[in-house]
Design a protein around this ligand. Sequence first.
Ligand code: AMP
Ligand code: MG
Length: 305
Amino acid sequence: MSGKNVTEVRLADAAGIAEAARILESGGLVAVPTETVYGLAARADSAEAVARIYAAKGRPDFNPLIVHVSGVEQARTYAEFAPEARALAAAHWPGPLTLVLPRRQDAPLAPAVTAGLSTVALRAPAHPAMQALLAAVDFPLAAPSANRSGFISPTTPAHVLASLDGRIDLVLDGGATTAGVESTIVAVRADGSVDELRPGPIAVGTRGGGGGIEAPGQLASHYAPGKPVRLGALDAEADEFLIGFGAIAGDCTLSASGDVTEAAARLYACLHQAARAPQPRIAVARVPEQGVGRAINDRLRRAAA
Ligand code: AMP
Ligand code: MG
């Protein structure tokens, strides 16, 4: 299990899903593609399995995990769904939207999943591999991004291995992920109002910025490539790796046509390439604050912090 130091990589086909389900059943760790980034999954009802996630990632224990479910029916086992929450789930699930809701007292979840909060974060992902896995097991999956805590999120199996090889049991290979940035997180209050805790691929009408206190994982420094990052660059200094956008062509370009959706899908691949490059510093061209551009700029600000 997770103690061994060989991480297997398998295609996310029927046989791969079946093996992943067996490993998860016995408390192991499996990296799984979702439509956002690769997640590091463990059974959310087992304290030992959840503890392995925190250990493998070096994740601080005050940073709660998102619980992945097959749909709203399963989700209602774990949280109270106000009408507004039900409407959001109906509109956006399966998909890259995480709902932070009041946790049910009797929810069969390991306490570490919610880091002692009275709320729980729930998401029903759309990726066929994650859906097949959730259908193959009879427990929900706690799954943060499959990288060492604080570093760049993974959008390919190679990114996962660069961070976690030997620390997890299996990587299910579903190729590169499509949305590229982590799910939108919103909290639905008792009065039905909705606060955005993290921008992401889905825009939800909210009354705007939630508190950092409630989303304890939203640390100022995150997604760190391990070298200084300069934002809003028009061109590169001699010692900088340039991440370009639109008319500003870089050593890696997010989207030559200036498309923010394409830029989101390429963001972490460019940051991984920049981290590995010989240049000691990174410069990034301006990305417009439109659509998923808000999520890209949120991640870039944390990478630069
Ligand atoms: P990650 O799994 O790395 O994408 O991070 C999950 C994010 O969800 C973290 O930033 C957490 O702070 C946030 N989160 C998870 N559970 C809750 C919760 N109950 N309340 C607020 N934020 C949460
Ligand atoms: Mg993460």
